[in-house]
Design a protein. Structure first.
Length: 257
């Protein structure tokens, strides 16, 4: 009886979704060509997506050209140790990945978030089992009202649903209006987000002694996630890991940027 009920429910769900599929057929998340499933990539775009895989720096998550041995750190991790414990990203921020981020962020394509989150879960396989809470990098409320959503929160929410990890969208807030980080150098980015975040008094008990998974769409210089990490650690979190959809690597900026 249960199997029949499940089958009837699946058929009803498909029937309800059919008009929407006919009126609004799914398109490639990269180029906009029509595809069979929402959020998927066409045959031309899929090979252009550059996933980040091992071997990588165990702290920064930046890839090595060859296996350097267990616990071998990158020069960046040694010269400038980050306040977070580990950082991981699903893909390199170039080509199709760049287009997906921009469509999510600027074109209201929140339907892409669950699909992007699946790849983030894959990339965060070392981080997620240790996470007590998932926290997104926040937007200032003025920018949130203009954009109507926070792309980092959409990704974090989808990861929470996929893994069963608690999602805390208000664990940290942005209290200072900052410039867009695009086009700023590393030092300018650090200055831009200085004193920009805070842990509300009501959230301190929820994060105290917890290991936080901090989620953002793109890791560029790390200035933003580092600033949020320091605030979370000061607010009582025992450790912070960082998981992003994309990671900027040298040579991945377009010439006009």
């Amino acid at each position: 009886m249960t199997d029949w009920a499940a089958q009837i429910k699946d058929i009803a769900t498909m029937a309800l979704a059919l008009p929407g599929r006919v009126l609004f057929p799914p398109v490639c998340a990269g180029c906009g060509r029509q595809v069979g499933e929402p959020g998927s990539l066409c045959g031309r775009c899929w090979p252009k997506l550059r996933f980040l895989d091992r071997p990588w720096c165990p702290v920064m998550g930046t890839p090595f050209a060859q296996d350097m041995g267990e616990n071998f750190l990158s020069a960046e991790a040694i010269a400038n140790p980050p306040p977070f414990a580990r950082a991981r990203a699903a893909v390199i921020y170039s080509g199709v990945a760049r287009q997906m981020v921009q469509r999510l962020k600027y074109n209201d394509r929140t339907d892409l978030a669950p699909w992007m989150a699946r790849w983030m879960v894959r990339a965060g396989f070392e981080l997620l089992p240790d996470a007590d809470l998932i926290v997104p990098v926040p937007l200032h409320r003025g920018r949130f009202f203009r954009r109507r959503f926070n792309q980092s929160a959409e990704l974090a929410r989808a990861i929470g649903r996929a893994t069963g990890t608690a999602f805390e969208p208000e664990a940290v807030v942005r209290i200072k209006v900052t410039r867009q980080q695009v086009g700023l150098g590393h030092k300018e980015r650090e200055e831009n987000v200085r004193a920009a975040f805070a842990v509300p008094v009501g959230s301190r008990e929820r994060i105290r002694g917890r290991r936080i998974l901090l989620v953002d769409d793109v890791y560029t210089t790390g200035a933003t996630v580092a600033a949020v990490t320091r605030v979370l650690r000061k607010g009582g979190a025992c450790a912070v890991d960082v998981l992003t959809f994309a990671r900027v690597l040298p040579g991945d900026f377009l010439p006009e940027e």
